[in-house]
Design a protein around this ligand. Structure first.
Ligand code: RP5
Length: 158
């Protein structure tokens, strides 16, 4: 199973590097595309409609400003769609968050925090781990290491 990552602009790349990093850490194959709901709607539709037959389990869609990308992706597929609202230049990402999170009933988008690309990847992995035991084990290891790191921070305090 694979994860699709789509972002509205090349300017979203630095934020979305966090998602690729997590997916690489879990050895999850993923395909990254720059496609826009507004600037390249036909190419976006074509890509999204190809995903299920090509073995994708979930899509992460990141956009900033009038962030309609995740909602439009969700309109074209019944694969789970996870939206990442990207921090925008003018409104600090509040515009992105509100554009993405208020989806109409019937077309869901699971929206993470502003610039929350790592959690988007982890949520995609958790979805795949429902049926993939090796991913389930890797998630357990990830959580255990995370907890150990937090507790270790207490030891290194002056
Ligand atoms: C959105 O507009 C993109 O997702 C990006 O976050 C924002 C700004 O895009 P650029 O003007 O930098 O291409 O579509």
């Amino acid at each position: 199973m694979k994860v699709g990552i789509v972002m509205g602009s090349a300017s979203d790349r630095p934020v979305m590097a966090g998602a690729s990093e997590i997916l690489n850490d879990f050895d999850v194959e993923h395909e990254v595309k720059i496609l826009s709901a507004h600037r390249t709607p036909a190419a976006l539709q074509q890509w999204v409609e190809s995903l299920r037959d090509r073995g994708f389990a979930a899509v992460i869609a990141a956009a900033g400003g009038a962030a309609h990308l995740a909602g439009v992706v969700a309109a074209f597929t019944t694969l789970p769609v996870i939206g990442v609202p990207v921090k925008s230049r003018s409104l600090e990402g509040i515009d992105s968050l509100l554009s993405m999170v208020q989806m109409p009933s019937g077309i869901p988008v699971a929206c993470v925090a502003i610039d929350g690309s790592k959690n988007a990847a982890l949520l995609a992995i958790e979805i795949m781990a429902v049926t993939d035991i090796s991913l389930r084990d890797k998630l357990a290891d990830f959580r255990a290491k995370q907890a150990a790191n937090v507790l270790a921070a207490n030891e290194s305090q002056d």
